[in-house]
Design a protein around this ligand. Sequence first.
Ligand SMILES: CC(C)(COP(=O)(O)OP(=O)(O)OC[C@H]1O[C@@H](n2cnc3c(N)ncnc32)[C@H](O)[C@@H]1OP(=O)(O)O)[C@@H](O)C(=O)NCCC(=O)NCCS
Length: 331
Amino acid sequence: MLPIQVHPLDDTMLGAMEEVRSEQWNLLLPRLKSVPGSWRSDAKVFPPFFSRFLQHNWGLGAFLEGRFVGYLVYDMCDFQGDYCALCPVFGHGAVGKNRVAVYQALLQRASENWVRGGSVNHLMSFFWSDPQLQEVLYGLGFGLYMIDAFRGDCLLEGETFSTEVEIIPGTFEHLQVLKALGDAALEYSVQSPLFLLHHEENEGYYRRVLQDPEVGVFLARMEGKMVGFMMVCHVSCPEPATLCDTKTAALEPLGPFILPKFRNRGAGTLLLQACIRWARKKGLRSIHVDFESANTLCRPFWERFFQPALLTVRRHVNSDVLDVFSEPREA
Ligand SMILES: CC(C)(COP(=O)(O)OP(=O)(O)OC[C@H]1O[C@@H](n2cnc3c(N)ncnc32)[C@H](O)[C@@H]1OP(=O)(O)O)[C@@H](O)C(=O)NCCC(=O)NCCS
């Protein structure tokens, strides 16, 4: 057993953390060509984020024979109805030949902190190009939950585009039909095994979406009926947790959704083409989408057109451990 020691971190270690993060990203990012390029160079972004976690004592460092060999910082917050510990992709790093042992030591201590802090739901994001860490996490009881994926701004080619689908840019004239389709999308999201619930949005919400110049709304018409929609928006500030930068278009805030009877007839593909055109017109170089791995309908669709970049895994540990460990939550 390696004598790896794990200690709480403070701000004096920010430089060492950034060195480990950047070494790890230099190894793993080159295989993810479609991830926005700004993350490859912008080293100043991360230390302020680390610092924010450390203010709450939500950070651990691993040391081997006095050398700093890895770190893990995390957030504790409510997420989709559960009090969760969340470790983003930039929130951990370990390099060198003992990487696996370092991650195991960090995660063991972090798990103890998470449970003591009142959380039995644990989420962690990491690069798709990191099967070594994936194996460590699966071994510790985590399972796949979300996938963040990117593609460049090139138009789809080589598809047999359906001629029975008409794509229509959304305007106020479509307010009612868009709301009806949005409500149907919410109904879909409560069906097992999907877990990322949205709330029902009112007409005002759709009105705002339709008038926002930073959001593109596209509807699909088939057999004379509006059958689905896709939305795309300009990401206004960099999001290190999803790797979107300000040159990214994201397929948000709602959808996409196609009525069941009209799926697998090419509407989704043509809507995606319209969203890519919208992004190109705005000069946005990459397009981002995230989806739950359990969404078996959409996963093959996205995987055809996008390259996975981040995997988020999730674990629920037995709640009875809370009776033994729990400390009052931080407000
Ligand atoms: C995901 C979704 C939007 C895709 O829309 P869609 O209109 O079915 O998409 P398409 O028809 O363009 O493509 C779907 C499949 O049909 C195939 N297809 C496309 N045109 C076709 C045609 N004319 N005839 C037969 N098959 C066709 C495609 O090759 C594709 O195959 P794949 O699943 O292996 O990639 C739709 O399934 C949906 O609404 N799902 C429920 C909501 C949801 O999951 N939203 C995503 C949340 S992240």
